[in-house]
Write a protein that binds this ligand. Structure first.
Ligand code: ATP
Ligand code: MG
Length: 436
C-alpha cells in the first residue's frame, strides 16, 4: 500500500495553502527577467541522453551518478530503443532548443529564461531533492564581460525584489581551453603524487578531466584538493583581462563579491567566469544560484561558434531562504462573498447571483453540499469569506438583503436587483481600502 500512498523519496507536494510562495517566485522571476530583456523559452522535460552527456560532461557527477534515464519498453519499428534522460538541468535543453529553432539567426544577443522542474538521483536532504525546480536564464552571442556583469546584476536584482538579504556572491574564472591545458598539466602532476589516496571515481577523473576532482564530495579527496594549484594562477592574457573587466564593472555597480579560486562548478561546459550566490540561512545546501560562461557549448552541440553564458537558481532553496528571512509572499485570493440560502427558491437565486459575480471576476460561493444555514455559515468562516448574505423567503419577497462584513460585523442593506453586482463591487473596493 505504501507505494501508492507515499510520494517518491526526494519529491515534494505543494499544498494549495503554500502555492502562493511559488506564485510569488514565478511572478517576480518572470518580471525581473523581462526588465533585462529575457523572453521565456519552454522545452521538453526529457531529451536524448546523448545531449546531456555531450554538454554537461561525461566525467561529471550529474552524468555519472545522478541522471534518470529511461527508454520506451517496445521500440518503434524494431529499432534500437530510444535513450532518454529526464533533464538534470536546463542549459543543455535550452541550448538545443535555441539551435534547433534557428534563434541564433535572430537579433543577438539572444536572451531566454525558464522556470522548470529538474531531476537528479541524489541523496535527499534539506535543500537537496530528486525533483527540484530551477529558474534559469541564458544569453547567447555576447563575449563581453559586460554580459557576465549583466547576468550577475539580474540575479542580485531578483534577490532584492524577493526581499532576500545576506547573500554572498563568489566569483572565479576557470579560463578557456588554452589556459586550462597548462592548468590540467599542473593539476595532474599534483594529484598523481597522491594517487593512492584518491577515490575510485577520482582516479578515473585524473585521466579524463582532473578538474572534476576539485568537485568531489569525498572528504579525503576534498582534503587532498585543498592545496591543489588554482586555475586563476594559470589564466591566459585574454581570460585575465576578461576577469579584470568583470570585477571593474561589479565595482562600478557597487556589487560586493569575493574572488573564490576554489569555485569550479559541477558541470563541464563552463569557461572563464563562474559565480555562485550562497545563503547562510539554510544550512549546508546554501548555494542558491550557480552560473557562468560557456563559450564552447554551442559549437560542441553543432552550432556556429557562439559565446554564451547563464545561471540557474534552485527555487526550493530560494523559498527556504525567503521563509528563514521572513520575506513576504503574495497573498491568496479571498472569497469575496458567500451567499447562504435557507430554502430551494433562495438557492436558485444564489446560483444566479454567484454566476453574475464570477462573471465580473469575484470569487463567490454558495452551498454545494445541501447543508443547513448553520453549517453554511461555518463553511463561509472556514474559507475566510469577506462578506456573507443570507437569502430566505423575506429577502426574495422584498428584493433586499443584509450584506455582512465578516471582519467588522457591520451590516449594509443591499438590493438584489439588476445593480447588485455594481453596488457590491463599490462596497468591496471601499472595504479593501479601509483594510489597507
Ligand atoms: P550542489 O553543489 O548543491 O550539488 P550543483 O552545482 O549541482 O549544486 P547546479 O547544477 O549549478 O548545482 O544547479 C543550480 C542550482 O540548482 C544550485 O545552486 C541549487 O540551488 C539548485 N540545485 C541543484 N541540485 C539540486 C537538488 N538536488 N535539489 C535542490 N536544488 C538543487
Ligand atoms: Mg550537485
Amino acid at each position: 500500500m505504501e507505494v501508492i500512498t507515499k510520494r517518491p523519496k526526494g519529491t515534494q507536494d505543494v499544498k494549495p495553502s503554500e502555492v502562493c510562495k511559488w506564485h510569488t517566485v514565478e511572478k517576480i522571476t518572470a518580471e525581473t527577467a523581462a526588465c533585462f530583456g529575457f523572453k521565456e523559452i519552454r522545452f521538453p522535460t526529457f531529451e536524448n541522453t546523448a545531449l546531456f552527456k555531450r554538454s554537461v560532461g561525461d566525467a561529471t557527477d550529474v552524468v555519472q551518478k545522478e541522471m534518470y534515464s529511461v527508454s520506451a519498453k517496445s521500440p518503434a519499428n524494431g529499432k534500437d530503443p530510444d535513450d532518454f534522460t529526464l533533464r538534470p538541468e536546463g542549459t543543455a535543453g535550452a541550448a538545443r532548443a535555441v539551435i534547433e529553432n534557428g534563434l541564433l539567426n535572430e537579433a543577438m544577443p539572444q536572451k531566454v529564461f525558464y522556470n522548470i522542474s529538474c531531476f537528479r538521483h541524489e541523496k535527499p536532504q534539506a535543500g537537496r531533492l530528486r525533483e527540484f525546480h530551477q529558474f534559469g536564464a541564458e544569453m547567447y552571442g555576447s563575449a563581453s564581460p559586460a554580459a557576465d556583469a549583466d547576468m550577475i546584476i539580474m540575479v542580485k536584482t531578483l534577490l532584492e525584489r524577493l526581499g532576500i538579504s545576506d547573500i554572498e556572491l563568489n566569483i572565479n574564472s576557470i579560463g578557456c581551453p588554452v589556459c586550462r591545458a597548462e592548468y590540467h598539466k599542473a593539476l595532474k602532476a599534483y594529484f598523481e603524487a597522491r594517487k593512492d589516496e584518491l577515490c575510485g571515481t577520482c582516479l578515473e577523473r585524473l585521466e579524463k578531466n582532473p578538474m572534476r576532482i576539485l568537485d568531489c564530495k569525498s572528504p579525503i579527496c576534498q582534503d587532498i584538493a585543498k592545496d591543489a594549484p588554482v586555475i586563476i594562477d594559470y589564466l591566459c592574457d585574454e581570460c585575465k583581462e576578461h576577469f579584470e573587466k568583470l570585477k571593474k564593472l561589479l565595482d562600478l555597480m557597487k556589487i560586493e563579491y569575493t574572488v573564490n579560486p576554489k569555485i569550479v562548478r559541477g558541470l563541464d561546459y563552463y569557461t572563464k567566469t563562474v559565480f555562485e550566490f550562497v545563503s547562510t540561512h539554510i544550512g549546508a545546501q546554501g548555494t542558491i544560484c550557480g552560473g557562468g560562461r560557456y563559450d564552447g557549448l554551442l559549437e560542441q552541440l553543432g552550432a556556429e561558434p557562439t559565446p554564451a553564458l547563464g545561471f540557474a537558481m534552485g527555487l526550493e532553496r530560494l523559498i527556504m531562504t525567503m521563509e528563514a528571512q521572513g520575506c513576504e509572499f503574495m497573498q491568496d485570493e479571498k472569497c469575496s462573498l458567500y451567499i447562504a440560502a435557507m430554502d430551494e427558491a433562495a438557492m436558485e437565486k444564489a446560483v444566479v447571483m454567484t454566476k453574475a459575480l464570477r462573471d465580473e471576476g469575484y470569487w463567490a460561493e454558495y452551498d454545494l453540499a445541501g447543508r443547513g444555514l448553520k453549517a453554511q455559515m461555518k463553511y463561509a468562516n472556514k474559507i475566510g469569506a469577506e462578506f456573507v448574505i443570507v437569502l430566505g423567503g423575506n429577502e426574495l419577497e422584498s428584493g433586499m438583503a443584509k450584506l455582512k462584513n465578516m471582519a467588522t460585523g457591520e451590516q449594509t442593506d443591499i438590493s438584489l436587483g439588476d445593480k447588485f453586482v455594481d453596488v457590491f463591487a463599490n462596497i468591496h473596493t471601499a472595504n479593501m481600502f479601509a483594510e489597507a
